[in-house]
Write a protein that binds this ligand. Sequence first.
Ligand code: 13P
Ligand code: SF4
Length: 301
Amino acid sequence: MNKEKIRDKITKLKKEKNAAILAHNYQIGEVQDVADYIGDSLGLSQKAAQVEAKVIVFCGVHFMAETAKILAPEKTILIPDERAGCPMADMITASELREWKKNYPGSKAVCYVNTTAEVKAECDICCTSSNAVKVVNSLNADEILFAPDKNLAAYVARHTKKKIIPWDGYCYVHRYIKDRDIKDKRNLYPEAEVWVHPECLPEVIDLADKVLSTGKMVQEARKTKKKEIIIGTETGIIYRMKKENPTKNFYPARDVAFCFNMKKIGLGKVLTSLENMIHKVEVSLEVSQKARGSIERMIEI
Ligand code: 13P
Ligand code: SF4
């Protein structure tokens, strides 16, 4: 079947099944093009709760679809490839978090949205890359356990007086963007500004002009007067930035910064997902209610 036919079938099935397609900023271009909404991890989950559609095809990684299910429990949430996980989210389990907390009485545990529902259920509050500093500063504790991303934890530690105790997790995609890559690209494009994601290594953050979540990068790309920007995050986001801002140039800080899990989803799988109503994302009621508390406490802030 050619791409046009697949797109037509997807459009027809969306109507028939009262479905909406949500895609993360890192998805491949053809998936972004059939999406009703494109966004960052938390924004998409909130969108899942707001849209009228009863079925959500979530084109992203598993923790994001799970967060959508927690915020929209009455809806059917489908992920087109059930193997699309986030290795960083799997770097801490709920029992590891429980054990860790026992060693730090009086502390508060903050978990990045890139965690499983079980981990969210065990922490005091959730955060995203755009509000992590605000969330940490809002807590009435001097010691903060921060999981799982040690690089985001190091970034937060620069902007708070609280003691941040990091878990030893990281994102392999951002870890492979090196300070050398930034220096090389700056030499190549001396007029360009450098924007990086806070999951990047501290020495990369040191070289950046701006440190932004994917959602903030997209907003900033529309606002900036700069014509050239070096982007230190997964390269899928450049498709959207270029499409929305055709007169500006976005260069990847590292050409091969691919999240292979994000790329497991393609147009064919979106169609199969809608046709067969697979793969349904489920979260138990008990875990869902507790995890929702952590997410809602963050949203209040
Ligand atoms: P955002 O919340 O900024 O979309 O980031 C999610 C992610 O997985 C970054 O690697
Ligand atoms: Fe997880 Fe990194 Fe992929 Fe984001 S880019 S989904 S943190 S592996």
